[in-house]
Design a protein around this ligand. Structure first.
Ligand code: PDD
Length: 278
């Protein structure tokens, strides 16, 4: 694989980042994952806007213009002949001797790579998944897409060990979001519910694209937080992310959702999303 590492395209085994990079020592950095379908970047304007915002919130200087970054993503796709998968971007504050406080004038480290993988028609999208519920272990600025992902790593590991396909996180009886996705339920009166954006969750790009599609197709959605009990009594549930697109959720913890099969509104949203992406 050819990767981008701090200014150059190199073979992955030739890519090196300093031991003193603050991404490594402090998790002091942010990332983005953009889906690639048919060789094209999906919702990438939204991902680049969020990348810029995340960097801004941490006062990490932009390593290049958004136009240059998109060219870099496209170069990665071309150089690796990627048709389906993801492009990963990461920017960290750069390298300095270890100290919580960082010096002025640091140079942002920008890296990127592709991951070839099936995004369309996965078993999870076709059949749906069961999600575990677990207390949200994360910090109070989940709106920033930082590389500090240990909470998610642990929650996903525990969910996998318990036989679940993924995990939704809870706080004070409410669902915050999936460990790496946005969570939605459909109520008995066919309203699509997903939590409003705030510092409590990552503002999903797929979420933003999907809510636009709901508007366009006249589907009713409500941006508000919902409880675990509401989720358990939902008629449908699903989650979205760049790497899983629209994935039905057919069981939450021990509770089967609807008739245990992907619901009709979820199917409709899957088809609207794929139509817009294609
Ligand atoms: N994760 N919430 C969290 C905590 C996430 O990590 C993600 C994405 C999302 C969905 O965002 P989007 O629709 O923009 O992908 C929500 C990516 C895919 C990842 O970490 O691999």
């Amino acid at each position: 694989r050819i990767v981008y590492c701090a200014g150059q395209f190199v073979q992955e085994d030739q890519a090196h980042v300093s031991l003193f990079d603050r991404g490594f020592l402090f998790g002091d950095g942010v990332y983005e994952v953009t889906a690639v379908i048919g060789g094209r970047l999906i919702d990438n304007d939204l991902h680049l806007a969020r990348f810029k915002r995340s960097l801004g919130e941490l006062a990490i200087p932009m390593p290049a213009s958004l136009e240059q970054i998109e060219l870099l993503q496209q170069d990665l796709i071309t150089k690796n002949g990627l048709t389906e998968g993801t492009v990963y971007l990461q920017a960290t504050r750069g390298q300095a001797d270890r100290d919580f406080l960082y010096p002025d004038g640091m140079q942002t480290t920008l890296v990127g790579f592709t991951q070839a993988k099936q995004l369309l028609g996965t078993k999870a999208q076709e059949e749906g998944i069961a999600v575990a519920l677990a207390p949200d272990p994360r910090w109070a600025r989940r709106d920033i897409k930082t590389v500090m992902l240990l909470g998610q790593v642990m929650a996903k590991r525990d969910a996998r060990a318990a036989g679940f396909g993924d995990v939704w996180l809870t706080q004070e009886d409410h669902i915050t979001e999936g460990a790496s996705s946005t969570a939605y339920i459909v109520t008995g009166d066919n309203r699509i519910l997903t939590r409003g954006n705030s510092r409590m969750i990552l503002p999903g790009c797929t979420r933003q694209a999907l809510l636009r599609l709901c508007d366009r197709h006249g589907l009713t959605f409500e941006e508000r937080s919902f409880t675990q009990a509401e989720a358990e009594s939902a008629v449908e549930a699903f989650q979205t992310s760049a790497s899983s697109l629209v994935t039905p959720v057919i069981r939450i913890g021990d509770v089967v959702i609807g008739d245990g099969k992907p619901g009709p509104l979820t199917r409709l949203l899957q088809s609207y999303y794929l139509e817009a992406a294609g």
